[in-house]
Design a protein around this ligand. Structure first.
Ligand SMILES: [Zn+2]
Length: 200
């Protein structure tokens, strides 16, 4: 498992990072859906997807977030990265990305990156109601109609369901660790954290 992870930190806006350590980084047009795109080389146009997978060495694939959860995926000779907000999670982006890798490789590990934690992520009853029963344990009601959502736990459910044998959590939250990472909720910023992975 020869891979490397890069996570940008303040004050640098991840949107402006086009290469890391001299190698290019590909980021998708993120649309809060559940589509996974394979990247073999630098594309003419960025793929419209919330998950990227590559088996090309030294090609960084990354997602941009400011509260949403990046999930890194490591398989045999393949890596992936996922952008998972509540919408993408509801649609199964993380499960889809692992399944995609398992079609031609074998998933070995997942890493939960910098994303809003279960103590900071307040959502309404509308969001709570959309999630099926298996995810209800990821919500904690704090007030009438107000819930805390543990997005990392929700994605852990998908990783386990897809058969990921090892899940690591970096334990970094965009709000709790706002000194280092951007949070849209806390700052209403359009700057983003870049979370990228490459095979080496
Ligand atoms: Zn937090």
């Amino acid at each position: 498992m020869n891979y490397e992870i890069f996570i940008s930190e303040k004050p640098r806006d991840g949107k402006g990072i086009k290469d890391i350590k001299g190698s290019p980084v590909v980021t998708p047009v993120q649309v809060h859906e559940a589509n996974v795109a394979f990247v073999g080389s630098i594309p003419q146009k960025p793929p419209v997807a919330d998950g990227l997978v590559t088996d090309t060495k030294n090609l960084w694939i990354g997602v941009l977030t400011a509260d949403c959860l990046p999930v890194f995926l490591i398989g045999e000779g393949v890596v992936g990265v996922v952008h998972a907000g509540w919408r993408g999670t509801l649609k199964g982006i993380t499960f889809n990305a692992v399944s995609y890798i398992n079609r031609f490789s074998r998933i070995k590990k997942a890493i939960l990156g910098v994303g809003i934690c279960g103590k900071c992520y307040e959502v309404g009853e509308d969001v709570y109601k959309l999630f099926p029963q298996e995810y209800k344990g990821c919500f904690k009601e704090i007030n009438k109609g107000k819930f805390l959502l543990d997005l990392k736990e929700a994605n852990r459910i998908q990783l386990k369901a897809a058969g990921v044998p090892e899940i690591e959590d970096l334990n970094l939250c965009s709000v709790c660790n706002n000194d280092r990472f951007f949070s849209y909720r806390k700052e209403k910023t359009y700057k983003r954290t870049l979370s990228a992975i490459r095979l080496i």
